[in-house]
Design a protein. Sequence first.
Length: 246
Amino acid sequence: MRNLPSWPSGYGQIRFEELDSTNSEAHRRTENGEQGPLWISAARQSTGRGRRGKVWDSGQGNLAATLLLRPQAQSAVIGQLSFVAALAAADMAQHFAPDAAIQVKWPNDVLGNGRKLAGILLESGEDAGGRWLAIGIGVNLASFPSGTEFPATCLAELGLAAPSSEDALTILAARFAHWYDVWMNEGFGTVRAAWLTRAGGLGKSIRARLPNQTHEGVFEGIDAAGALLLNEQGKIRAIAAGEVFF
């Protein structure tokens, strides 16, 4: 295994044995004046959650972490940080699984050999200190839940020794700091191009499920704002939010 990078300068870290949710802890800390950037991790979560109110089972030996951040950017573009987080998580997974097919899945998942390896949840709010953002990232290192709608996997399932959550977080934090700097200094275009090089299902038929309808077509990429571009028999539809199935 390659050597671990140094913990990124300027980022704090706090670890718990058990929390209800690392995202919830991030929210509580904003109420106490925390400015961040601060990584919050927990060995166990009792009520972890995913997108659209789904339960996120962090499982034993896996990584459950949230970055509390106050981005110096307009609210309209803060959602682009889900792509930054996905690239960071993909880089981390590739570090430990250099021979695996590590891809990103719109809008904010990471795949290992075609199965879900990591999920990302962004939550935000405002207080006296301005806008805050909690970027929750769960990575299946040693185990994964069974019976999920989209098939899951973990690094151990890929034939690798599962890294410790501490080592995984160190690499995740370092890679996030890298891509965050890229986003801040070069804009979303560079992040978008890097994300597309890892995009799963690109150029293939997919099903995009929205809250009240489902669309099927060819995945053409993402636009300058991060919306999914779906080719429905020659008509391009931009989808800002939804779930994708291959």
